[in-house]
Design a protein around this ligand. Structure first.
Ligand code: SER
Length: 369
């Protein structure tokens, strides 16, 4: 393990400092429940809190921003634990332009950051562009010098981002991938960036927002295009810390260790069981952050997602022979792992654990019946 060289909190700070030095304003993470945005249950990307700034880029207090955003996505729920890189709760590092700079600067700075700040080996990197985006292709190829063999053109599914809800900001995008080695791949001859396997890790998405998709399904051009990038902290930590997957990074390691300690004596951890442990580690983070923000398990809306997460975790561990509340004990571990950059978790530690425990007790009773 090399958690010491690039602990997550150093990655967060290094990213924001890089963009502050390039004229960006540091903006704190917005809450997980977006304010005044009925199109989304949860904040699912860094750009969510900036939506209006893309729409009305006039008289803004700042036209460049950088943030580390807490995100929650339910769309990948079934993949969590099955792949080594999907999460419900995750953090997104981002730099944003509201009618200010566009593709050239976004691409140049992203490359400068990964090569000169992070020292990632260029031979392990490749990029994708939207199928007909010759401008982005040209910047990568001619200005940055990425060989054509390392640039793939992908379609709408992979390289057109958004909107986050039914309506909103969207546009073509360009992604940066890290090749984690053929031994992690599916082995198919056509395996390349964009493949669903764990080999090519898409860690940074550079979106070029140019449209607002309205209620009628019409793509309205924005008055001025902008930039919205999202760099997945957990994936980047995995790459920089040289560990086998996101669940071995310092963001997850203490949580996974606590779960391993809870396993009944003689319990054999097969790869299948390890996936279950990863899933529970993921859900423990999501529950701790959401409940700390005052969202509680219930039978509808946001609360229903929480209840589902909790029940998925409990059902899985019940099948491992754990029949007593255990998740509430992870709240402490999550708070201790994350409080350096989320000090607000501390004050809610006790209440969050109490709510989780109450839910657990009632669900275990149901399981026993
Ligand atoms: N909005 C884009 C994403 O979520 C980039 O931040 O990937």
């Amino acid at each position: 393990m090399t958690h010491d060289t690039w602990p997550a909190h150093v990655i967060r700070r290094t990213f924001m400092d890089f963009f502050i030095a390039r004229g960006h304003t540091e903006v704190p993470s917005a809450p997980l429940v977006p304010k005044g945005d009925p199109t989304l249950l949860f904040t699912s990307a860094g750009m969510v809190q900036f939506k209006d700034l893309y729409l009305h880029p006039k008289n803004l207090a700042y036209t460049r921003a950088t943030s580390v955003q807490k995100c929650l996505r339910a769309g990948d729920l079934e993949s969590v634990g099955k792949t080594l890189r999907h999460h419900t709760f995750f953090e997104m590092l981002g730099n944003f332009s509201f009618g200010d700079y566009f593709k050239r600067e976004a691409i140049e700075w992203a490359w400068e950051f990964v090569i000169q700040k992070l020292h990632l080996p260029p031979e392990k990197l490749s990029v994708s562009v939207f199928e007909d985006d010759d401008e982005a292709y040209g910047i990568w190829n001619r200005e940055i010098g990425i060989p054509a063999s390392k640039i793939v053109r992908l379609g709408r599914k992979d390289n057109f981002w958004g909107p986050g809800g039914k309506t909103g900001i969207c546009g073509p995008c360009s992604e940066i991938y890290y090749d984690s080695g053929p031994e992690r791949g599916c082995g198919r001859p056509e395996c390349a960036p964009g493949c669903d396997c764990d080999r090519y890790i898409e860690f940074w998405n550079l979106v070029f927002p140019q449209f607002f998709l309205d209620e009628k399904g019409v793509y309205q051009p924005l008055e001025k295009p902008g930039i919205d990038t999202g760099l997945g902290l957990e994936r980047l930590a995995m790459i920089l810390q040289g560990v086998e997957d996101n669940f071995h990074t310092d963001l997850f390691h203490p949580i996974v260790e606590a779960l391993l300690d809870m396993m009944p004596e003689g319990f054999r951890i097969t790869p299948e069981e390890r996936m279950g442990i990863n899933m529970v580690a993921d859900h423990a983070r999501a529950l701790t952050f959401t409940i700390s923000e005052g969202i509680y398990p219930s039978n509808e809306g946001r609360g229903y997602l929480l209840r589902r997460l909790l029940r998925r975790a409990l059902t899985r561990f019940y099948s491992y022979g754990i029949t007593e509340p255990f998740l509430y004990r992870l709240v402490d571990v999550v708070v201790d792992t994350m409080k350096i950059d989320y000090p607000e978790l501390e004050g809610r530690r006790h209440d969050t654990a109490t709510i989780v425990r109450g839910e657990e007790e009632s669900f275990f009773r149901t399981l026993e019946d």
